[in-house]
Design a binder for this molecule. Structure first.
Ligand code: SAM
Length: 303
């Protein structure tokens, strides 16, 4: 039987990243095809569920950190199906007036978001594609809630690895960063090669070829290059479980994350096409040096 929460036109015959992630986190907005997909992925790469939980925990820590830093507006792109630890709950827990716009390409994520936010005047869920920054930045619902004359935190957590190189992830990031004023931030996480089981991870990537969103694992160098020139807050670009950790039992590390200051006054320069940059070796070289103060942009793969 078709559940009442399923929007018209949603394809439930093909596994879907939003619903697979929802299942991995223990949510209920998924179907047999998504559950079978995750079980197959787990057989190939047992760490995949732990990674989903570690990512969600990272998102929560990032939002709490941003609220503590004074941010009261959030644009969460690739927000997923609302489940435990939603951005508006986390942010409004401390700052009840915090405003949150959720954007996702998936109709189930958007429809469920709209339902749970019906009575929340400070949060909305809209359908949008990260690859179309101008549409998101000019969306009437986005502009009705967010004031881009004030600081905004743009969240791209566990979504950029669904963006092809041809769609220019670095350019997408720059466009959103450029739309923000001083005091704004951009936060991201991204899958990187799994040191312990690269073969299993590669097989999971192959499974994702069957979904509408191809999964790209990129090297730490490629991902950090996207933020080259932005001021990255401590502890820098690190495995997500090491970003202001609260739970030291959380050991998943096949994803990295960072929070960068954006907007006027923050330094920025375009990343080199192809995702590589000469600056990356400087980042590694300066990893141990703390003269950059709070802005330690070193990734510490061996720690
Ligand atoms: C792994 S979930 C991450 C959810 C949430 N950001 C988190 O970290 O907990 C990835 C989400 O990105 C969405 N997504 C994939 N490609 C997208 C695109 N081009 N534009 C917007 N959302 C996208 C998927 O539908 C899915 O809901």
């Amino acid at each position: 039987m078709r559940p009442e929460w399923l929007p018209e036109g949603a394809d439930i015959t093909t596994p879907n990243a939003a619903r697979v992630y929802d299942y991995a986190l223990g949510g209920f907005h998924n179907f047999d095809v998504d559950r079978e997909f995750l079980k197959a992925a787990q057989r190939e790469w047992p760490g995949v569920v732990a990674l989903a939980h570690a990512n969600r925990a990272y998102l929560g820590r990032v939002v709490r950190w941003l609220v503590d830093a004074g941010v009261r507006q959030f644009l969460d792109i690739g927000s997923g199906i609302p489940t435990l630890g939603n951005v508006h709950e986390t942010a409004q827990d401390t700052a009840p007036t915090a405003k949150v716009v959720y954007v996702d390409i998936d109709p189930v994520a958007v429809a469920h978001g709209q339902r749970i936010l019906r009575d929340n005047p400070s949060a909305v869920s809209v359908r949008g594609d990260l690859r179309e920054p101008e549409r998101i930045l000019s969306d009437p619902e986005v502009l009705a809630l967010l004031d881009f004359g004030e600081p905004v935190a743009v969240l791209m957590v566990a979504v950029l690895h669904f963006i092809d190189d041809e769609d220019d992830p670095a350019g997408i990031i720059r466009r959103f960063a450029d739309a923000t004023v001083a005091g704004s931030y951009l936060a991201l996480s991204h899958g990187v090669p799994a040191g312990d089981d690269a073969a299993g991870q590669a097989r999971v990537r192959q499974l994702y070829q069957r979904t509408p969103t191809t999964f790209h694992v990129r090297t730490v160098e490629q991902v950090t290059a996207w933020l080259n020139g932005w001021e990255i807050v401590a502890p820098g670009f690190v495995p997500i479980n090491r970003w202001h950790p609260e739970d030291h039992h959380d050991t998943a590390s096949a994803a990295v994350g960072a929070v960068a200051r954006t907007g006027a006054g923050s330094v920025s320069c375009p990343a080199v096409p192809g995702g590589q940059t000469a600056g990356i070796s400087r980042m590694y070289d300066s990893a141990g040096a703390t003269e950059a103060g709070e802005s330690d942009i070193g990734f510490h793969p061996s720690r």
